[in-house]
Design a protein around this ligand. Structure first.
Ligand code: MSP
Length: 525
């Protein structure tokens, strides 16, 4: 199971145009689970996230708040970092596009493209959607509105530089054809081909003269760099492209860029075309995940959701723990599809998965060990019955977890881990340890308690990338020092003899759903 290769994973860099929502938390938590999983495989992981700080939208919001752009941004970024902290996000770097290290690389990229003849000057005369920071032609608009978000667009006519994206239609099609796993899930490839590539790509406007809040184009200072070209470059600027060759050569190309489905086209068409033009290797994979939906709509800050159910992730974390929020996000957005959030589903998921499935198994097992064996995990020498059917089931859950994580199917992987706990609760019902105790069947009872202890530790180990707090308490309760990797995950009969368990109170207290639901409404202002 161990692997010592490098692994570079990225989230999109978010617009700090508002406080981050549960929706933004989804990608960051998903990448965190993937990053942690790969670290436990032994890989040298570099996990990048950050913020996309230029463009019309940010300038407008700062002004509305009577602040300079940087004053406004600094506050928002402090808040974002605090949110990642309470969610235990283990990023290795946080890049801001207003940092010097980034601006230098954006200019290097623009210059190289210009010198190679990949960009040229002309006039832009089409439509622009400010919330999406996207250009559209008249024929792409739906009922005169932005085809992505359905909001108003406005006409733009200005001198601009264009990237020769039209030269890359066939190259991008070939990329998908020759590399079937480049864009996952596969349904996204059809979307790209049908919606954008089929009729041929158009050259892309890559500079603005009317937008002042941006990186000035060095060879023509009346222009600023189009915010998406600026933003995509973060994936290489954070590695020190052009200045830190060791780091860049070590981590580039990215192993996976994880993005929401609405921005797949920027990552699976524009970004590879830019990289081809720069003669740089392409990312190995783009993962376009679905949305967390609320009331049938995307839970996003730019489409205003007014319903009461939209909750600040900070409130959820402080009331129910980061494990609860992480579990919900990771479990409820199925691979490639959308997931739904409601307060009630959230509370029910807490009880079902955390209190019942995980919490119950751990406390039941510990109290049986206390009651029937003076708090000592029976020694493996006393095992008379390995219960091979049970162990085989668990081994297959473990293998499936690894297989799903390999293709980034996080929710299925997490379900396999939860099945380890479910299967073990069933094992208790099958083996009825209380009857074994009554019948003085010590050999069999010891075997059951031993098997349960060992399997709980496997389960807790596999939970670590997903939930970051309570699994540690499980190790503590079973007298095991910190677990850092997946070595031995498939080896059974390896627990030391004589370990004394530590009594723990319920890992996750069962919630009174009705009461919680009402209290939450009141908190949600
Ligand atoms: N700044 C650009 C990305 C540039 S990347 C080079 C951007 N930013 S954003 O703030 O709008 O964030 C978009 C990302 O947030 C989505 O792609 C997705 O990863 C995440 N999400 C925002 N709302 C979401 C949901 N409701 N559900 C899941 N993820 C969503 O686009």
């Amino acid at each position: 199971m161990q692997d010592n290769s490098k692994f570079y994973i990225t989230t999109p860099i978010y617009y700090p145009s508002n406080k981050f929502t549960l929706g933004n938390c989804y990608t960051t938590v998903a990448c965190d689970a993937i990053a942690r999983f790969n670290r436990m495989l032994g890989r040298d992981v570099f996990y990048l996230t950050g913020t996309d700080e230029h463009g019309e939208k940010i300038a407008k919001i700062a002004k509305e708040n009577n602040k300079t752009e940087i004053e406004y941004l600094d506050e928002m970024i402090a808040d974002a970092k605090e949110l990642w902290k309470i969610l235990n996000i283990s990023y290795d770097d946080f890049i801001r596009t207003t940092e010097k290290r980034h601006e230098v690389v954006v200019n290097m990229v623009m210059k190289k493209l210009y010198e190679k003849g990949e960009i040229y000057k002309s006039t832009y005369n089409d439509w622009y959607c400010t919330p999406c920071e996207s250009f559209w032609t008249e024929s792409q608009l739906i009922d005169g509105k932005c085809p992505d978000c359905g909001r108003e667009v406005h006409e733009e006519k200005e001198e601009a530089y264009f990237f020769r994206l039209s030269n890359y239609t066939d190259k991008i099609l070939d990329l998908y054809k020759n590399n079937e796993d480049f864009l996952l899930p596969k349904s996204r490839v059809h979307e790209m081909v049908n919606n954008f590539l089929k009729d041929g790509l158009k050259d892309l406007c890559v500079s603005r003269t009317s937008v002042k809040w941006g990186i000035p184009v060095e060879f023509d200072k009346s222009h600023t760099v189009y915010v998406w070209v600026d933003a995509l470059t973060n994936y290489i600027s954070a590695l020190g492209y052009g200045s830190n060759d060791d780091k860049f050569n070590k981590y580039w190309p990215a192993d996976v860029h994880v993005v929401g489905k609405e921005i797949v086209r920027f990552h699976a068409i524009i970004w590879p075309a830019l990289l081809m033009a720069l003669d740089l290797p392409l990312p190995k994979q783009i993962l376009g995940h679905g949305w967390l939906l609320f009331g049938g709509d995307k839970l996003s800050k730019s489409k205003k959701n007014t319903s009461k159910d939209v909750l600040d992730p900070r409130i959820l974390v402080s009331r129910y723990s980061s494990d609860a929020v992480r579990l919900y996000l990771l479990k409820e957005v199925p691979f490639g599809s959308d997931g739904i959030y409601t307060q009630e589903l959230f509370l029910n998921s807490y009880n079902a998965n955390l209190s019942n499935t995980i919490g119950n198994l751990v406390s039941r097992t510990i109290s049986m060990i206390e009651k029937y064996n003076e708090g000592i995990i029976p020694s493996k020498k006393e095992i008379i019955d390995l219960d091979s059917k049970y162990i085989e089931d668990i081994k297959s859950n473990i293998k499936n977890t690894f297989d799903f994580m390999k293709i980034y199917d996080i929710s299925s992987a997490l379900n396999e881990v939860l099945n380890i706990f479910n299967r073990s609760n069933k094992y208790i019902d099958e083996t009825t340890p209380w009857i074994l105790a009554k019948e003085n069947n010590k050999g069999r009872l010891d075997s059951v308690l031993y098997n349960l202890s060992e399997v709980i530790l496997k389960g807790a180990t596999l939970l670590l990338p997903f939930l970051t707090e309570q699994p540690k308490k499980i190790f503590e309760a079973f007298g095991v020092l910190e677990v850092k990797d997946f070595k031995n995950i498939l080896d059974f009969d390896i627990l030391e003899s004589g370990i004394k368990v530590k009594h723990i109170n319920a890992l996750y207290q069962r919630l009174d759903i009705k009461k919680e639901n009402e209290e939450l409404w009141d908190l949600n202002v």
